[in-house]
Structures are given as structure tokens and as C-alpha cells.
Ligand binder design. Structure first.
Ligand code: ZN
Ligand code: ZN
Length: 368
């Protein structure tokens, strides 16, 4: 082969293509797809550019060192840590507050110790829902649940609901996102003998800059992610700089996932959202699929915030059942145990009621 040929692979089947400069069109010898040389050159130039962007994206990290501050000696003296002897949850509160039971597993043995090992939050979202409102929401949640075991309710634990701040890492990021899509349009031609489907394939490139603010990633392994997502969203516009005064009467969950570990989850979320935004602009085709993508962070900053949740965990037959309410918006989530005996009773009643109707219908049918 002369030096002037450039080797490319066919975008359709991956087979090797040999292009001679000066040729306007080229047909793949393997799949017979026809390409315009100029378009093909552009496509491969873009591919190289994208590969460089992907490398750049790997380099760009969130500035997580800036998240959280140091407590003063005096502030630390007024804080206590309570550790659950059953599940290991660590809750922090001020000296006037007692953690009498574990919010996560309902265990009543909490071991107090000196406060240590937690950064001072940058921000806090104060509680807007009062204890009365949380209790009312919990009562309503129980109400009318026929299959609830009687001794689960009779223990009347509504008053034990606790105000807890959940640790969150909040990520801000400015990104440059680019993506390649393979879009296809079908043109169906009906002739008397056959139906011909002609498919035109387009290489679509999209790119743009996007800003993300306060992407929340919870810093607690104990906190059920599904529960937390059900409680979202929080309105971060009401967030204020943290002062220890907000801790009065509340528990704060000590984070066990640090900012650096949480950053990958924020990155994933930014990446997914950015690429979806770009994909939404590829319209007017029969099909579209993503072939290449790169999301580069120009700026990435993290902060540490406490978000308000009302929480109560009740044990029943050795299993914890948790009820939670978003302390800002009042959104609730929870699971309840059900009484097997009661559910059998319901089935029996339904069967007793339905059986004569069933026989009646069968007899009608047989008489016809
Ligand atoms: Zn081919
Ligand atoms: Zn526990």
C-alpha cells in the first residue's frame, strides 16, 4: 500500500477501511455502507478529541478538602457522642440532650463518650416541622392500617420520635459535557414487489457547559438510601451557616462516608444528567444511541451540611421498622409490620363472602 492511505475502521461494522486522499466517497467492502470521506475524517478527528476529553475528565477532582471546618475547643467540650451497642451507630448531641435509644435500630442502650472525629458543618438546614407535627404525621401513618399488629401500636411510641440531623456532602460543579450519538432515520419505500427500508445514519455531536449546585450525597452508611431519596428534595435556599446553637435538643448522625468517598456518587449523578440533557437535543430521528461521551469538571467544590429529619424506629419480632419525616417539607416515608394472623382472617372473610357468589355464577352458567 502507498504511504498516502489512511486506515480507519468502518463506523457501521468495524471493518478496516482504506481511504485514498482525494476520493470523495468510500464504500465499506464488508457491509457495503457508503461514506463521504470528509464526514468520516471529521468523525475520527472528533473521536480523538473525545478520547482526550475523557482523559481530562479523569484528572479533574472535586475540591473536598474545603468541606467542613474545625471545631473550637470550647465547642467540642459541649458535645457528646452516643454509640449504639447493637448496630454501632454514632450520634452526636449537645451536653443537655440525651440519646436514649438508637434511631436506626431501636436499641435502648446508648453508650456515651467524649466527642471526637467529626468536622464542623459548613451549613445547616434548620427544622421547620415541630415535634407535634411529626407526631401527628406518624399517627396518621398508623391510622386505618388494619393489618398492623395490635401490640405494635399499643406500645404507643409516638412521643419518642426524635429530631435528627443527617450529614450530607453537597457538591457544586461546572462541567463541559460532550457526546457523540449515532442517529438513524428510516425511509420506507413500498413497491408492488417489495418493501425497501433505506436507513440513513448520522453522526451527531453535542456539547455544552452546565452548572450543578448542591448535589446531595448522604454521608451515613446507616441511613437507608432509598428512604432518604423518598424524603428528598430539600430546599437548599433555606440553608444557613452552621452554628452549634442549632444542635439544641437534636441528635446529629456522625458521618462515616467522607467527602472524598462521596464525590464519586456526585460525579456519577452529574455525568448521567449532563449526557441525558445532551441526548434530549438529538431529535427528529427514528433511533438514537450514545457512542461516546466525556464530562469534564471545570470547577468542583464540596461543602458539608446537616439536613433535618424526624425519625422513629420501633422493633417488632426482632426487626426494626423506621418512620421518617423530612423536617423541612413534611414528606414522610416508612415501613410497617403486618399481622399474619390478621391477613389470614381477611383472606378467610373474603373467601366466605365470595364463595356463594362464585357458586351462584357457576350455577347460572351451568343452567344456560
Ligand atoms: Zn462496514
Ligand atoms: Zn442502633
Amino acid at each position: 500500500m502507498p504511504d498516502t492511505t489512511v486506515a480507519y475502521s468502518c463506523p457501521n461494522c468495524g471493518g478496516p477501511l482504506e481511504m485514498v486522499p482525494g476520493q470523495k466517497k468510500i464504500v465499506c467492502p464488508y457491509c457495503d455502507t457508503e461514506f463521504e470521506t470528509a464526514a468520516l475524517e471529521k468523525l475520527f478527528a472528533k473521536k480523538e478529541e473525545m478520547a482526550a476529553e475523557v482523559e481530562k475528565a479523569k484528572e479533574a477532582k472535586f475540591d473536598t478538602d474545603a468541606a467542613g471546618k474545625d471545631w473550637t475547643e470550647e465547642e467540642m467540650e459541649h458535645l457528646r457522642t452516643f454509640t449504639c451497642s447493637a448496630c454501632g451507630a454514632e450520634l452526636v448531641c449537645d451536653e443537655n440532650t440525651m440519646a436514649t435509644e438508637c434511631c436506626y435500630c431501636g436499641n435502648p442502650t446508648m453508650i456515651p463518650s467524649r466527642f471526637t472525629g467529626m468536622l464542623k458543618p459548613d451549613f445547616i438546614l434548620p427544622f421547620k416541622k415541630t415535634k407535634e407535627e411529626a407526631m401527628a404525621a406518624l399517627k396518621k401513618f398508623y391510622e386505618g392500617k388494619f393489618l398492623l399488629p395490635s401490640n405494635f401500636i399499643s406500645r404507643n411510641r409516638v412521643e419518642d420520635i426524635q429530631a435528627m440531623y443527617v450529614p450530607f456532602w453537597l457538591f457544586d460543579s461546572d462541567v463541559h459535557a460532550s457526546a457523540q450519538f449515532r442517529a438513524e432515520s428510516d425511509n420506507v419505500i413500498n413497491t408492488p414487489d417489495e418493501v425497501i427500508t433505506q436507513t440513513s445514519i448520522y453522526d451527531c455531536h453535542r456539547e455544552g457547559t452546565m452548572q450543578f449546585r448542591n448535589i446531595p450525597v448522604d454521608g451515613s452508611k446507616k441511613m437507608n438510601d432509598q428512604y432518604m431519596e423518598s424524603l428528598e428534595p430539600f430546599d437548599f435556599s433555606e440553608m444557613v451557616p452552621f452554628t452549634p446553637g442549632y444542635m439544641a435538643g437534636c441528635l446529629a448522625d456522625k458521618y462515616d462516608v467522607d467527602a472524598e468517598a462521596a464525590a464519586s456518587r456526585a460525579d456519577e449523578r452529574v455525568h448521567r444528567t449532563a449526557v441525558n440533557e445532551l441526548e434530549d437535543t438529538v431529535t427528529g430521528y427514528t433511533r438514537c444511541s450514545l457512542t461516546d461521551e466525556a464530562v469534564v469538571k471545570d470547577k468542583g467544590h464540596a461543602s458539608y451540611a446537616l439536613l433535618p429529619v424526624w425519625i422513629l424506629t420501633t422493633r417488632y419480632q426482632d426487626k426494626p421498622y423506621t418512620f421518617m419525616m423530612n423536617g423541612q417539607t413534611g414528606e414522610v416515608v416508612g415501613f410497617l409490620p403486618y399481622d399474619r394472623q390478621k391477613s389470614w382472617m381477611v383472606l378467610a372473610v373474603v373467601t366466605i363472602v365470595m364463595l356463594p357468589i362464585f357458586y351462584f355464577l357457576v350455577s347460572l352458567f351451568l343452567n344456560v
